[in-house]
Design a protein around this ligand. Structure first.
Ligand SMILES: Cc1cc2nc3c(=O)[nH]c(=O)nc-3n(C[C@H](O)[C@H](O)[C@H](O)COP(=O)(O)OP(=O)(O)OC[C@H]3O[C@@H](n4cnc5c(N)ncnc54)[C@H](O)[C@@H]3O)c2cc1C
Ligand SMILES: *[C@@H]1O[C@H](CO)[C@@H](O)[C@H](O)[C@H]1NC(C)=O
Ligand SMILES: *[C@@H]1O[C@H](CO)[C@@H](O)[C@H](O)[C@H]1NC(C)=O
Ligand SMILES: *[C@@H]1O[C@H](CO)[C@@H](O)[C@H](O)[C@H]1NC(C)=O
Ligand SMILES: *[C@@H]1O[C@H](CO)[C@@H](O)[C@H](O)[C@H]1NC(C)=O
Ligand SMILES: *[C@@H]1O[C@H](CO)[C@@H](O)[C@H](O)[C@H]1NC(C)=O
Ligand SMILES: *[C@@H]1O[C@H](CO)[C@@H](O)[C@H](O)[C@H]1NC(C)=O
Ligand SMILES: *[C@@H]1O[C@H](CO)[C@@H](O)[C@H](O)[C@H]1NC(C)=O
Ligand SMILES: *[C@@H]1O[C@H](CO)[C@@H](O)[C@H](O)[C@H]1NC(C)=O
Ligand SMILES: *[C@@H]1O[C@H](CO)[C@@H](O)[C@H](O)[C@H]1NC(C)=O
Length: 589
């Protein structure tokens, strides 16, 4: 009965015998030991690790389509084409935010196997050791500390030579990287030497403000470092290309169903008063189906999807659920609350150079040449994301006005408040350079709350940017710091006008400009946050099981209680690796 499916799919996908199901009718059944909701960044890690044991059966339900053959996802330089393509997006917009002058902003989430790892910026950053030590404290579980989580970062990672095989000595520290994991990480493989040299020169001319740091992923990120990305051999590396690679997806006990959007958990049972769920309801085409998990249901729908499914299932704040006519199965007020995310804006200057990404993006001939070169040899400008050559991580000055409105929200003295991405390119015609500024230790918290009893209606997403003034003041300091960076002597004759010019604005005009221009860094965590066992708040225990439920856990970015001072995919991978280990221990696998 299975054979025809395998034959058809293997012909289509060209990856041999494969258990990637395009049609629910081809699934051999709907009874599994584990059902994982969401084949995203975290979900595929869990699916891979659980199915290492041939005696358990695993089903992944993914709402989106396959990543296979999606060129915009494979080619690093096409990332903007990828993440603005609605076919692979949940098409979310935030609620209007008072901190952004009442603006709503786009809130991109990937709708494709691999999840956000298949459409993100590929930036590979782990955060500060102190971020993880704070997670250990907030969860009362030393297993989430930097030292204990560190092996899981390595387990995820395969450090790889850049596409141009340049000499990488002095550009990273090999001792802090893994070499055997499923996810490729590398330095950029196409050089823009003038810009790169000026960034490094700035670390020498202004070492107090902008010191060089050999490797930002050592746990001590402060300073300016060469960028690292989840790219190998010139191709994007994702949880789908890595954790569901042909040798894994061929396991007979691992099935992945695409185009299956989960609505809610059903078939409630009670054990000693604690609810459990026998089934996961999902929509395929126009019909609803139920998949059953004999052992455990794992929600890996991400920081938006997972709290939404919990609330759809009657797990959440009773007041919110009852207002929508949903019966409360488990009153857990923290579901969807405590969303923690980073506001982001870019500053831009005209440059006296054509050695920029603009000269490729704005010239159809060069763009086509770049694409053809990538296609022929996986070399040239298209092997990189084109969104940075270096990253910088900085703290606000001790006397910053921000500290008069709120105490230091960072996790410790070695953790940054601000991230700069240094970009030899801009967003307007002509040649530019840009510095992207993110407030990476925000105070503000937001929420993700369902808006309807229709489980397929989009939730209300409120990242709460600048709802605490500290975050706004930090962004304002960031702009001054970016101006200081470009004032280093090395940039003279190269950097021209700031566009738009934020220097010398009145304080009121600068404030309006910031609130008008800030968008999302798309790093939401915390909407199913972990807290100590027995805590009166939080959604999951430190073992990632939903508080008060049985046979239900959440493993994805939503369990991370506060956003790390970093981009969030590496953290998500490490949490998923440990989460999978905790599951295996629980079930003796
Ligand atoms: C545009 C963009 C750029 C980013 N850039 C970077 C970067 O450069 N570096 C970095 O480290 N981080 C980056 N991030 C953040 C990072 O990618 C995410 O934090 C991380 O990948 C989240 O992983 P996750 O497993 O929690 O969720 P996801 O990867 O989003 O996985 C969730 C999966 O569940 C599926 N799903 C959701 N709801 C349902 C449902 N009801 N039924 C079935 N399936 C469902 C989704 O389709 C998705 O595949 C970026 C994010 C975005 C959106
Ligand atoms: C987002 O919009 C596009 C185009 O309208 C559509 O193809 C896609 O399915 C939408 N995504 C979701 C999750 O509905
Ligand atoms: C599980 O729920 C579905 C729909 O919600 C229902 O059709 C089915 O009978 C239930 N199964 C069991 C075993 O309760
Ligand atoms: C949010 O998290 C903090 C700990 O970081 C906790 O004290 C608070 O109760 C949480 N709030 C909600 C609504 O869960
Ligand atoms: C576009 O690139 C081509 C090929 O490098 C070059 O010949 C041409 O002059 C460029 N056009 C512009 C407007 O810069
Ligand atoms: C890549 O090269 C192959 C073989 O020459 C060709 O068939 C294909 O169209 C090319 N694809 C792109 C996107 O250039
Ligand atoms: C929320 O629900 C209300 C009432 O149904 C609807 O008018 C509104 O458009 C919804 N908001 C979003 C963002 O979907
Ligand atoms: C641009 O650079 C060239 C040489 O690199 C230099 O001669 C010229 O003065 C610069 N122009 C400006 C406006 O700085
Ligand atoms: C800001 O004003 C000072 C003093 O007038 C001037 O030297 C500087 O060039 C201005 N900066 C910008 C970017 O306009
Ligand atoms: C900010 O946005 C408002 C509303 O769109 C606009 O009227 C105003 O000119 C903008 N101001 C600045 C400084 O960007």
């Amino acid at each position: 009965m299975l054979l025809p499916t395998f034959v058809i799919l293997s012909v289509l996908s060209g990856v041999g015998l494969c258990k990637l199901y395009e049609d629910v009718a081809d699934l051999p059944g709907l009874h599994y030991d584990f059902v994982i909701v969401g084949g995203g960044t975290a979900g595929n890690v869990v699916a891979n690790r659980l199915s290492e044991n041939p005696h358990v059966s695993v089903l992944v339900l993914e709402a989106g389509p396959s990543n296979d053959g999606v060129l915009d996802s494979e080619v690093p330089f096409l990332l903007t084409e990828m993440f603005t393509n609605p076919t692979y997006s949940w098409n979310y917009t935030t609620t209007p935010m008072p901190g952004l002058n009442g603006r709503s902003v786009s809130y991109s989430r990937a709708f494709i196997l691999g999840g956000c790892s298949a459409h993100n910026g590929m930036v590979y950053t782990r955060g500060a050791a102190e971020d993880f030590d704070r997670y250990a404290e907030l969860s009362a579980d030393a297993g989430w500390s930097w030292n204990q989580l560190f092996p899981y970062f390595l387990k995820n990672e395969k450090w790889t030579a850049p596409a141009d095989h340049h000499d990488t000595r002095g550009q990273f520290n090999p001792h802090v990287h893994g070499t055997n994991g499923p996810i490729f990480v590398s330095l950029n493989g196409f050089s823009l030497p003038t810009f790169e040299q000026k960034v490094i020169e700035t670390t020498k001319e202004l070492p107090h403000d902008f010191p060089f740091n050999l490797d930002p992923n050592s746990g001590k990120p402060l300073g300016v470092s060469w960028a690292q990305s989840t790219i190998g051999g010139g191709e994007r590396s994702t949880s789908a290309t890595g954790y569901l690679a042909p040798k894994f997806i061929q396991r007979p006990n691992l099935h992945v169903l695409l185009h299956a959007q989960v609505s809610k958990l059903v078939n409630v049972t009670r054990k000693k008063g604690r609810p459990g769920f026998g089934g996961v309801e999902f929509r395929y085409g126009e019909s609803l189906f139920v998949a059953h998990a004999a052992k455990e249901i794992v929600l890996s729908g991400g920081a938006i999807g997972s709290p939404q499914i919990l609330m759809n299932s009657g797990i959440g704040a009773h007041a919110i659920l009852s207002a929508l006519g949903i019966t409360t199965v488990l009153d857990l007020p923290s579901v969807g609350q405590n969303a923690s995310d980073q506001p982001f804006m870019t500053t831009q200057w005209a440059v006296n150079s054509t050695e920029t990404f603009d000269s490729i993006r704005q010239n159809a001939t060069r763009f086509a040449e770049g694409m053809a070169q990538w296609n022929a040899s996986r070399t040239g400008p298209f092997v990189d994301s084109g969104i940075m050559t270096h990253l910088g991580w900085f703290r606000l000055a001790r006397d910053s006005p921000a500290f008069s409105v709120h105490p230091d929200p960072s996790s410790g003295p070695d953790a940054p408040h601000l991230e700069f991405s240094f970009i030899p390119g801009g967003a307007t015609p002509g040649n530019s350079m840009s510095i992207g500024i993110a407030v990476v230790s925000p105070v503000s918290r937001g929420s993700v709350v369902i808006n309807s009893s229709d489980p397929f209606a989009p939730p209300l997403i409120d990242p709460g940017y600048f709802s605490n003034e500290w975050d706004f003041l930090a962004m304002r300091d960031g702009i001054s710091l970016a101006e200081r960076f470009t004032s280093a002597p090395t940039w003279s004759g190269y950097v021209g006008a700031m566009t738009p010019n934020l220097a010398n604005l009145s304080s009121a005009d600068l404030e309006t400009a910031i609130r008008n221009a800030t968008v999302s860094n798309l790093h939401m965590v915390g909407t199913a946050g972990m807290s100590p066992c027995g805590a009166r708040y939080g959604v999951v225990d430190p073992d990632l099981q939903v508080k008060g439920a049985v046979g239900l856990s959440v493993i994805d970015a939503s369990v991370v209680p506060i956003v790390p001072a970093a981009h969030t995919q590496a953290v998500t991978y490490a949490f998923a690796e440990r989460g999978a280990d905790l599951l295996k221990q629980r079930w003796g696998l």
